[in-house]
Design a protein around this ligand. Sequence first.
Ligand code: GLN
Length: 193
Amino acid sequence: MVRVGVLAVQGDFLEHSHALERVGLETVEVRLPSQLDDVDGLIIPGGESTTIVQLIDIYKFRDVLKAKSDSGFPIWGTCAGMIVMAAKLTDKRPDPLKLMDIVVTRNAFGRQVDSFEADITVSGMSGPPFRAVFIRAPIVTEVGKDVKVLAKLKNGNAVAVRQGNLLATAFHPELTEDSRMHLIFSKMIKDST
Ligand code: GLN
């Protein structure tokens, strides 16, 4: 049985747990680094990236997560989680964990379009386009050579990327009934174990 951890320090971790349960996966709310040894992969949820990074440092997750990530442990960041995983931000804050070779711009759609939905085509996903919910969302502005862009908005902004064991999405698949993104991550975990 695959056990998926959801980093439960701040943000919408509960919605991710419910989405994982819907696809039949066991979930664990991760609040301490030692719990990472009991799970096969980790989701870093949406929320407020500055707060999440602060709590990551207070609970001493930073070095453990970097080591796990470098050793092939599957990690998926959604929205604020994507910001947390980045190598670099165009903002001064927060100091990201540098797990993934991407540059990310926070709040890329500004105040006027605080949140919106868009149908996107995700590479490797079968069926109709995925209805993606964006809330004060970031975008990926640069990717390293090992990073594959899985989805773009019509304007060309990259909003889903993968680098081996690492997945990042600018949108919130945990807020809709469509489980296909969670199934993609679940397959990444199964392939890695
Ligand atoms: N704008 C938030 C941040 O920069 C992310 C928003 C979200 O996770 N929905 O942390």
